[in-house]
Design a protein around this ligand. Sequence first.
Ligand code: HEC
Ligand code: HEC
Ligand code: HEC
Ligand code: HEC
Ligand code: HEC
Ligand code: HEC
Length: 493
Amino acid sequence: MDANKDTSHGQARFYQNWVVLAGAIVAAGSIFAFLLLFAIDLFAHHGNPYMGILAYVVAPGFFFLGAFLITGGLWLQRRHARRSAPGTVSPLVINLSSVRGRKTLGIVVVCGVGFLLLTAIGSNRTYHYTESVQFCGQTCHTPMKPEFTTYLNSPHARVECTACHVGEGAEWYIKSKINGVHQLVGVITGNYDRPIKTPLKHLRLAQETCEQCHWPQKYVGNIERTYNHFLADETNTPFTVRLLLKVGGGDPTHGPVGGIHWHMNLANKVEYIATDDRRQVIPWVRLTEADGTVTEFRTPEFKDEAAKHTVRTADCMDCHNRPAHHFRSPNDAVDLAMASGRIDPALPWVKSNLVALLVGSYQTEDEALAKIGTTLREKYAGKPKVDALVSSAQEIFKQTMFPEMKADWRAYPNNISHKDWAGCFRCHDGKHKTADGKKSIKASDCNSCHTILAQGAGEELNKLNPKGHTFFHIDAPNEDFDCNSCHTGAFPK
Ligand code: HEC
Ligand code: HEC
Ligand code: HEC
Ligand code: HEC
Ligand code: HEC
Ligand code: HEC
């Protein structure tokens, strides 16, 4: 401020300038609010998700509004003064030879340093907050609920959303924030896709996200997985498959190159064209090997030139596309609950009844939970532990089905398998051939990607066959390779 002049007149005008006054009130209020919220956020551990958005987004926003108003107001005021009485307004000068001048300078320096410190803490906190799981998953509650719930039940529940969705680097931080503003407007106006579309078009390459934690050279070898199922009959007949998955590895210094992770062999490149939005139909694949050999595979129906389409290079996420948001199918979710004892397999028709209830059409979660409750109480009246059955069934619904967002396994294909979705068989179906028809992408052999160690129930599961059993089926033909032409994730077609 002008320190040379008698200011009584100027001060009056200063306070007359309501813009500056309003700015000062807004700025002071926001600093006070920030300090208060900051303290609450610091001391209250499991805070409310809106606390962070108030402290680190809304309060600083108001502070900048206040600062903008003050500067703008002062500028207007001086311009007005200069215009109405030219020559009377001198430029800003601080006279260090006067006590008053030194005092003013002191105040300016202290306030300035204080302000910078506060901004530094504030922006650091704002940066971390807008990168936090809480901000991404909970603040805009309705649209993110399906992804947040599935994330909390995934092997990546301790990994921040941004480690996969944004990654390192200023460029991506800014990109994501610009995108975020767009999303915020969507949330406020209620204008967003239900379900949110997948796959994400602008997801970063796996090399810059997944491979920050996962070392692609790692040799995994064989891993055993057990798939416990129950048929949809009166006795809920158990049917289990024990598979030895030949995951292998892609780097010769750590183990033989081969198996499923052969795909990750850094020397080979697999590129493909998908003709649908969800990347479920892949009629064209190009393999470039280490020695430069290029092989093109295509299905007979695909006659187009490759150049007309977008060619995508396959990476981790073409198989592991649900590492954090796996929407379990009703069939698998009920099987899991039965296998782990949360639902009693002795209750007649329980598998079939639960799957039917889960896939019913509902507008809201509350409607579904109520319907599940009344139906099961009616069907199993008089049986022991009906309350436990109802709450387990409702829990499955809450974890896997999100009617408000129309989000469930139907909206989000899982490409890691081939039972309910085409998955690996998008390419490994025996129909992808070279132009001369001599070579095709490996298929048909059920023991090439995994060995069927055992299958069936009870004693049968102890009859291990290291070479692999021939897959057999109960109540269904055994020769059909195209699993997802019948299996839908609910009842088979
Ligand atoms: C381990 C990595 C990882 C983490 C952690 C992660 N995501 Fe995802 N997310 C993905 C992948 C991969 C996809 C699917 C990408 C595709 O197919 O295009 C995805 C998709 C999404 C989608 C699009 C809808 C869908 O389901 O395909 C939303 C929304 C989303 N994630 C939000 C979140 C939120 C919120 C968090 C944190 C609470 C989070 N993600 C944490 C990897 C991750
Ligand atoms: C910030 C580090 C981090 C990032 C980024 C990350 N992961 Fe992971 N991932 C982990 C950790 C840690 C585990 C092991 C969790 C455990 O076993 O408890 C894991 C486990 C896995 C597993 C094994 C899951 C299982 O069923 O046991 C797969 C598959 C996987 N990650 C794939 C991915 C993919 C694909 C991406 C990129 C979209 C990714 N990860 C990104 C840290 C990460
Ligand atoms: C061709 C498909 C495919 C690709 C590409 C792929 N994986 Fe896998 N990966 C699998 C399958 C199938 C398994 C078996 C276990 C499972 O289903 O999770 C597996 C297993 C894993 C596991 C779990 C190992 C364990 O010990 O439990 C991790 C971690 C993993 N993959 C990470 C990655 C990463 C990181 C990439 C990218 C660099 C990648 N995968 C690329 C198909 C693939
Ligand atoms: C985008 C197309 C595509 C998808 C999707 C795909 N693959 Fe492949 N895969 C290929 C191509 C191309 C080859 C190399 C040609 C060949 O060996 O037949 C290959 C080779 C393989 C091999 C042989 C490696 C070796 O040792 O020779 C295995 C095993 C394999 N894939 C497993 C899988 C599994 C499991 C999945 C699903 C999780 C999967 N692939 C998904 C295209 C694909
Ligand atoms: C291209 C590689 C590949 C081929 C070929 C293949 N599978 Fe699989 N299969 C997989 C993968 C990968 C999984 C699932 C891994 C996971 O759960 O993460 C799987 C899972 C399964 C499961 C367990 C599914 C469940 O949810 O219960 C069965 C059963 C199975 N395969 C049978 C077969 C049969 C039968 C054939 C031959 C017609 C076959 N597979 C051919 C890769 C393959
Ligand atoms: C012609 C239709 C058809 C085809 C094709 C088919 N299935 Fe099935 N599958 C069925 C029927 C029907 C049942 C019995 C379902 C029941 O009673 O719950 C069944 C049961 C199963 C079960 C045990 C029940 C469950 O809940 O999952 C598994 C595992 C299975 N099939 C795997 C496969 C695999 C893997 C393939 C592909 C190699 C395949 N099926 C192909 C019709 C089919």
